[in-house]
Design a protein around this ligand. Structure first.
Ligand code: SN0
Length: 321
């Protein structure tokens, strides 16, 4: 595997899920695979789970993880081409990437969407430069349009907890005080479309996700109707993807607290499990009662981030030759 952005990068999904199961059961079975190998984890944005689970996954494989926080313990990096660098950014990606690459075997990068330039975000301009100038395998640790390590962990969690062969999974938009990226819902939609589930997306009008990720999945604008009979409720806020009106890209169109997942919402489901990628704003996205209930999977879901990251890194290490 040369890059990890999309579900297709794993090859056969069922084999990857089987491998993830083995990784979870025997995390130290490939301890020699990563010997003398280094992964550079580059963060342009904050992180808790991604940073720690990626380090833990690398360590489980006997690999050395090095974390670099851009702009905090490095120079601020310029990401745009052809600009006069007379501002606060001291170094360009064009030099920084090959330098980073010369010190490692695999690179993981977190670089959130700008939410101002839809075209640049949806072209993954920052991560594309890492691919082009590093000549190393690159893992998206949440880039401008995708968060594949999260979606893989989400699918692993659904596989573990499902009681039906084809469970109903509902992705529900929920309110948030800040404008957030679409990476998590984009990837979740992409992965659920690839999985054997009944997948429904619900959100207020204007929040339509890009068709590249929705791919004809059912969209139900009536949230309660969407949640009826659900086995898994996956809540997430996202800002306007700007599909029908690009001028609204990245904007907050609604803060309707009627969309907060509370006990009344969960009551119409088939005793569904609650999921969220975290960090979560309590009593905005989800009520205390729901996230604190025994149906909440947020902690096992986060724990599976080590499993998804380790499975991906294992596949990349096996292909390093
Ligand atoms: C990020 C997002 O893409 O929505 C990361 C999720 C894994 N979330 C946030 O930035 C939340 C920030 C906040 O202040 O709640």
């Amino acid at each position: 595997m040369k890059t990890f952005f999309h579900v297709q990068d794993l090859g056969d999904l069922n084999s990857a899920l089987e491998m993830a199961k083995q990784v979870k059961a025997t995390p130290f079975a490939w301890k020699s695979l990563g010997e003398n190998k280094t992964i550079m984890l580059v963060f342009f944005n904050s992180s808790l789970r991604t940073r720690l689970s990626s380090q833990k996954a690398a360590l489980n494989l006997g690999m050395n993880p090095i974390v670099l926080n851009i702009g905090q313990d490095s120079w601020k990096l310029e990401t745009e081409m052809g600009v006069v660098m007379d501002g606060d950014k001291s170094e360009h990606l064009r030099e920084a990437i090959p330098v980073i690459a010369s010190y490692c075997d695999i690179i993981g990068v977190r670089s959130f969407a700008s939410l101002t330039d839809r075209k640049a975000d949806y072209e993954e301009t920052v991560l594309s430069q890492f691919i082009e100038y590093s000549h190393k395998p690159v893992i998206s640790l949440e880039s401008s349009t995708v968060h594949p390590c999260q979606a893989f962990a989400d699918l692993i969690t659904i596989e573990e907890y499902k009681k039906k062969s084809r469970p109903k999974v509902v992705l529900s938009w929920a309110p948030h005080p800040k404008a957030l990226p679409q990476a998590v819902p984009n990837s979740f939609a992409e992965w659920m479309n690839a999985a054997d589930v009944e997948f429904v997306i619900t959100h207020p009008r204007g929040y339509e996700l890009d068709e590249k990720f929705v791919r004809g999945a059912k969209v139900e604008y009536d949230q309660l109707k969407a949640l009826e009979g659900a086995d898994f409720v996956y809540a997430k806020n996202w800002s306007c993807p700007g599909v029908s009106d690009p001028s609204k890209y990245g904007q907050i169109l609604s803060k309707d607290m009627g969309w907060t997942i509370d006990e009344a919402h969960m009551a119409v489901t088939d005793n569904a499990y609650f999921m969220h990628c975290l960090p979560v704003r309590r009593n905005m996205i989800v009520s205390d009662a729901v996230i604190d209930s025994e149906r909440s999977l947020v902690i096992p879901e986060a724990a599976n981030r080590v499993v998804s990251a380790q499975t991906v890194m294992k596949m990349m290490l096996e292909d390093l030759k």
